[in-house]
Design a protein. Structure first.
Length: 254
């Protein structure tokens, strides 16, 4: 087993202790429960408090869990609710399109794949859940960058690196492309990330009409295009899937 970081283990012990039992605990109670000296425990609590994971009641001096943990917990629940709501619809999308379907969310200046439905054929495929994709070249990434202000700021601050010969690296051109994505409600990637591969994606929004991710399909260019244009039937299928997931998240009809 690999070595662990003792300070993180101790911090986790503090958080678990505060998460169960009494709502608030004093310094002595916490130190005694986790078997550490008061000075060491106080240092842990002070650091956790600075990061927002722990709060101290000004009247009693007792400690409780902080609001930052709630924010992180909500993010966790949001992603898992998104994946749960997308399961049936992305299965239908993969069957209807004949291509692999993906759901992605913004994570660490990229797109984190949180759900992947294999292309419905007998070909060998690798599950890509947990993989990261670039914001600036993939259809999923462009959709998220176009509709999520945080993602937009992040991608415009970063250098747009060339992945293939077709990757857009000029910031002005890229900004205009995002305007087009917002206007038409979907994004594409034709050979910008993988040679010979095309993708289409559309945004997923929640009950507040805020963007929470994107859904899309990916396949060989020759299957995804009719002539030089993306197959409108596939674009429509992706947009319908995005609307269906959004409605299940409470967005209503749009």
């Amino acid at each position: 087993m690999g070595r662990t970081i003792q300070s993180l283990e101790r911090a986790a012990a503090v958080l678990r202790l505060l998460a169960g039992g009494e709502r608030r605990l004093g310094l002595s109670d916490i130190a005694s429960a986790i078997g550490l000296a008061k000075a060491t425990t106080h240092g842990l609590l002070r650091t956790l408090q600075q990061e927002g994971f722990v709060e101290q009641d000004p009247g009693s001096g007792r400690y409780q869990l902080g609001a930052e943990l709630l924010r992180l917990g909500n993010s966790y629940l949001d992603v898992h609710e998104l994946r749960a709501r997308a399961l049936v619809w992305t299965d239908d999308l993969a069957r209807a399109s004949g291509e692999a379907a993906y759901v992605g969310v913004l994570h660490q200046r990229g797109v984190l794949i949180v759900h992947h439905v294999f292309r419905p054929d007998e070909s060998r495929q690798v599950l890509e859940v947990g993989a990261m994709q670039p914001l600036h070249s993939t259809a999923l990434g462009k959709v998220i960058a176009a509709f999520d202000p945080v993602a937009h700021n992040e991608v415009m601050e970063d250098e747009l690196t060339a992945i293939t010969e077709r990757t857009v690296t000029d910031s002005g051109t890229f900004a205009r492309n995002l305007e087009l994505v917002r206007a038409r409600g979907w994004a594409s990637d034709v050979g910008e990330t993988w040679d010979g591969v095309a993708s289409v994606a559309a945004p997923i929004v929640d009950r507040r009409r805020m963007p929470v991710g994107a859904v899309g399909i990916t396949g060989a260019v020759e299957r995804m295009q009719i002539g030089s244009d993306l197959d409108p039937r596939l674009v429509a299928a992706v947009r319908d899937c995005a609307r269906s997931v959004s409605r299940d998240l409470g967005a209503g009809r749009f």
